[in-house]
Design a protein. Structure first.
Length: 586
């Protein structure tokens, strides 16, 4: 399918896919780009949840869009219903790295450290709460009435938060916000917290709990709402301070629900502030929820199409979308199935689709073991079902083997890693990975049409850079790169062996005692999981890696090393960096 690239070819302006950090987006850009997923709507509930997601999985934009102030601007019936019901009010609290750094290097007793964390975090929560309160009050449209209501609510809040301080100058929500900010900025850990109002150094979220029942009627609510406190980037919260969050999970939270986003393995304790009491992750206190999308899910297809539509909107003078979906921007072959791209590269005779598939099946069978060949052609009664079962399993492996051989033929560039379906597959359900790939493809579209061969070339260059960037990941980047390269080469050898084709893919397990005997290996794997280099089964993803963990190489590394992007059997592989000295037999 040819696409209309004229508005892009020759364009010299900024790449619309350059931005991929949602934390830097303003409210207008977030609303414009956000496409609600099924997981988003399911977050409006009364369950404490820790949202586990890899880098770039969309955690930040998901939580930011739960804010009342942004939710009310969405043109979606479900959003309007939540706003109208006034049952859930979301507030957004980012975890500031400078705040954590300010706390981490202070030589103070542990108890004082916890108290200061609670004070500082409550300041962030209080300011986020005030922002949404202001949004609720100002939503009525009557400026005079809003000013009166703001003064009434401010008076109630100030009398509870600052009971021993003269607050005559407080006449609006903005004044309280400034007072909280000044208090935070001018308080040093070393000076102690004696002069800090008790409500601000109490348990997490206490400022909201203290005033919610006193102000909801003033806000025009018939009943007290549930405040959803969205804590973002919680991987920066040290283990000791995680106890403060867990304490709220375990205690009576009083109209407060926590949605805390963090990376895999970053929530490292279930201890609370009470010795011997732990928060339970079975739903009694909180649950872990995986928020990563599947590459072929409706959610990811809709999100990627929305990104294409919105980021390329400015190319039209009237602001209308240049493309409605990824399929409009990226040239694809046939039905965008693997066999369509394979036929484009290998069908010199120009056969019909049916003829070509029959030829492929015949050639594939010849590469199987004698035992599998007999299973396909030997039993006439079950021939059709057996043939379909075996061939469906081996088609991806056969195609990968054939295309790899073609790629080694001189300067030949096969148009294999191309098309919307393949781009989403390599992105692996990760919006940031998708945006980064689109950034590379858009740059190429300025000078060339995005034919399958050009797409393949751009994507392979992107994956090569992605692979090398592993060495720059925090702390364990260099050994992680060695491990991944070693695993990839073992799977590559297994895929492209010269003997009979084996049922393989990018899945594997590690050799016995690898995990228990190598702490560096475990740290490297966890880093790789967080940064889209390696995958683990869901049990290990939400809990811990152990000897029974099932792994798979990420689709990005799989594509780079020509390993089928699918589950196969689970060979026991050697993950140690000294793989280069090993002779592996399959």
């Amino acid at each position: 399918m040819k696409v209309k690239l004229q508005p892009i070819k020759g364009y010299n302006g900024p790449n619309p896919f350059k931005d991929h950090q949602a934390r830097t987006f303003d409210g207008k850009k977030i609303i414009r780009e956000f496409h609600p997923t099924s997981k988003y709507w399911n977050l409006f509930n009364d369950q404490h949840e820790i949202l586990i997601g890899k880098r770039g999985s969309g955690k930040t934009i998901l939580l930011k869009m739960m804010r009342y102030s942004l939710l009310k601007k969405m043109k979606d019936p479900r959003a309007l219903e939540i706003i109208a019901q006034k049952k859930y009010i979301g507030i957004y609290v980012p975890t500031h790295m400078e705040f954590i750094g300010r706390l981490r290097y202070q030589e103070i007793p542990d108890r004082d450290r916890l108290l200061f964390f609670q004070f500082a975090f409550n300041c962030f929560i209080a300011r986020a709460f005030l922002y949404e309160i202001n949004s609720i009050i100002s939503g009525g449209g009557d400026l005079m009435n809003s000013a009166i209501k703001s003064r009434e609510v401010a008076r109630i809040i100030s009398s509870i938060w600052f009971p021993k301080i003269e607050m005559e100058h407080i006449s609006s929500i903005e004044h309280i916000d400034k007072a909280i900010n000044d208090l935070y900025e001018n308080t040093e850990v070393k000076d102690g917290l004696e002069k800090i109002p008790r409500v601000l150094k109490n348990t997490i979220c206490r400022p909201i709990q203290a005033v919610s029942s006193q102000i909801y009627k003033n806000l025009g609510f018939e009943r007290e709402p549930t405040w959803i406190v969205c804590i973002d980037e919680a991987e920066f919260i040290p283990v000791e301070q995680q106890r403060c969050i867990n304490h709220l999970f375990r205690a009576e939270s009083r109209r407060i629900v926590i949605k805390m986003a963090t990376m895999p393995y970053a929530h490292q304790t279930k201890e609370t502030l009470t010795d011997g009491v732990f928060a339970e992750s079975n739903g009694n206190d909180f649950v872990y929820r995986k928020i990563d999308m599947e590459e072929d899910s409706d959610d990811f297809i809709n999100v990627t199409n929305s990104l294409i539509k919105n980021r390329l909107r400015d190319f039209q003078d009237d602001g209308s979308p240049l493309f409605e979906k990824l399929d409009d921007f990226i040239e694809k072959v046939g039905n965008d199935d693997f066999i369509d791209y394979y036929q484009r590269e290998k069908d010199k005779e120009k056969l019909t689709e049916k003829q070509f598939k029959a030829k492929v099946e015949k050639n594939l069978i010849l590469e199987l073991s004698q035992k599998r060949q007999k299973a396909i052609i030997g039993d006439k009664k079950d021939k059709k079902s057996i043939q379909k079962t075996i061939l469906d399993k081996f088609f991806p492996i056969y195609f990968t083997r054939q295309m790899f051989e073609l790629s080694k033929d001189g300067n030949t560039i096969p148009g294999w890693y191309s098309g919307p379906k393949m781009i989403r597959k390599i992105s692996e359900g990760n919006p940031r990975q998708f945006i980064l790939m689109m950034n590379a493809l858009f740059e190429k579209a300025k000078t060339n049409s995005l034919s399958p061969k050009i797409q393949h070339s751009v994507i392979m260059d992107f994956l090569d850079q992605f692979s090398k960037a592993t060495k720059s990941l925090p702390i364990e980047g260099p050994p992680l790169f060695d491990i991944l390269e070693g695993l990839a080469k073992q799977l590559q050898k297994r895929t492209h062996n010269k003997q009979n084709m084996v049922f393989t893919g990018n899945s594997f397990q590690l050799r016995k005692n690898s995990i228990s005997n190598d702490k560096l290996l475990v740290r490297c794997i966890k880093l790789g999981v967080c940064y889209l280099r390696i995958n683990v089964d869901e049990r290990s993803y939400l809990n811990e890696i152990d000897e029974d963990t099932k792994f798979s190489l990420s689709n990005s590394f799989s594509a780079l090393f020509w390993v089928p992007m699918r589950k196969g059997d689970y060979p026991k592989l050697l993950a140690a960096p000294q793989y280069k000295q090993q002779t592996l037999n399959f």
